[in-house]
Ligand binder design. Structure first.
Ligand SMILES: [Zn+2]
Ligand SMILES: [Zn+2]
Length: 267
């Protein structure tokens, strides 16, 4: 059985002491593909290095972006750099980008124009967008409707709303637009019946697995650093939720992830 962790931050300094070990443990858990998500220019080079090293039987690809936490750092130079780096074959997506309206984030008037410029770049580069959405669902939905007025080809996606934590109605709206939904550790938390209902409503054809390592550990390791080896635990809970076998969940989510990150002409 093989799994695809579509969202990990292994360039994070929390992995500096034992990154190679973390990757080896992922491989042992059946995680044979990892998309490394670089949140800002400081992480871009390390993400590309991970892709080129092809460490220990795990195929890496990466997404380069500017996380909404860093929206105030945006500059024309960063945008130009992103556009030139994104042409490299290792770079399968633009992200993560998005809006985060939780307390302590950059002001909305700073985040919105930066998000729109990065979304515009993703579309111009013909790359899927990895979207971060926190307490900003209506604004994200409006922006995606505006930038992606048509549906992608059958079986394709414009991007993914990573770490989806919304309700069934929101899941269906995103799926209808042509966005995949990222399933993370929170699906394993006992209180999250609403989230499990949302994934059941959306159905397996739009779901991808992710850990968001080092964040969002699943139930068995709450409070600890998360790692890609947590994917089978997330997948098992999703299998239970959807009434599918673990094998089937591994197969469908990997197919979805490959469709998500494959490059193609759009619009
Ligand atoms: Zn995020
Ligand atoms: Zn992330």
């Amino acid at each position: 059985m093989e799994f695809f962790d579509t969202h990990a931050h292994l360039a994070d300094e929390r992995f500096s002491p034992d990154r190679a070990e973390v990757i080896r443990r992922a491989r042992e858990a059946g995680v044979t593909r990892i998309a490394e998500i670089a949140d800002g220019p400081i992480e871009w080079e390390l993400a590309l290095k991970l892709c080129r090293q092809a460490p220990d039987g795990v195929a890496f690809s990466c997404a380069l972006g500017l996380h909404p936490y860093h929206a105030a750092d945006f500059s024309k130079e960063i945008l130009a750099d992103l556009k030139s780096h994104a042409k490299l074959p290792e770079v399968v997506a633009v992200g993560e980008i998005g809006l985060d309206y939780a307390k302590g984030s950059a002001p909305r008037e700073v985040q919105v124009p930066v998000f729109e410029k990065l979304l515009d770049a993703a579309r111009a580069l013909d790359k899927p967008a990895v979207i971060h959405c926190r307490e900003a669902f209506p604004e994200i939905l409006a922006a995606l409707r505006n930038f992606y007025p048509s549906r992608p080809e059958t079986g394709r996606f414009w991007g993914v709303v990573h770490c989806f934590t919304g309700n069934a109605e929101q899941a269906l709206e995103l799926a209808e637009l042509g966005f995949a939904l990222g399933v993370d550790g929170p699906v394993t938390y006992p209180k999250n019946d609403g989230l499990r209902a949302a994934f059941k409503a959306a159905g397996p054809s739009v779901l991808v697995l992710e850990t968001d390592s080092p964040f969002l550990p699943p139930q068995s390791s709450r409070g600890q650093r998360n790692e890609p080896r947590a994917i089978p635990e997330i997948a098992a809970k999703l299998a239970d939720t959807l009434g599918l076998s673990l094998d089937e969940v591994a197969r469908v989510t990997t197919e979805n992830a490959l469709a998500l990150f494959s490059q193609r002409r759009r619009i």
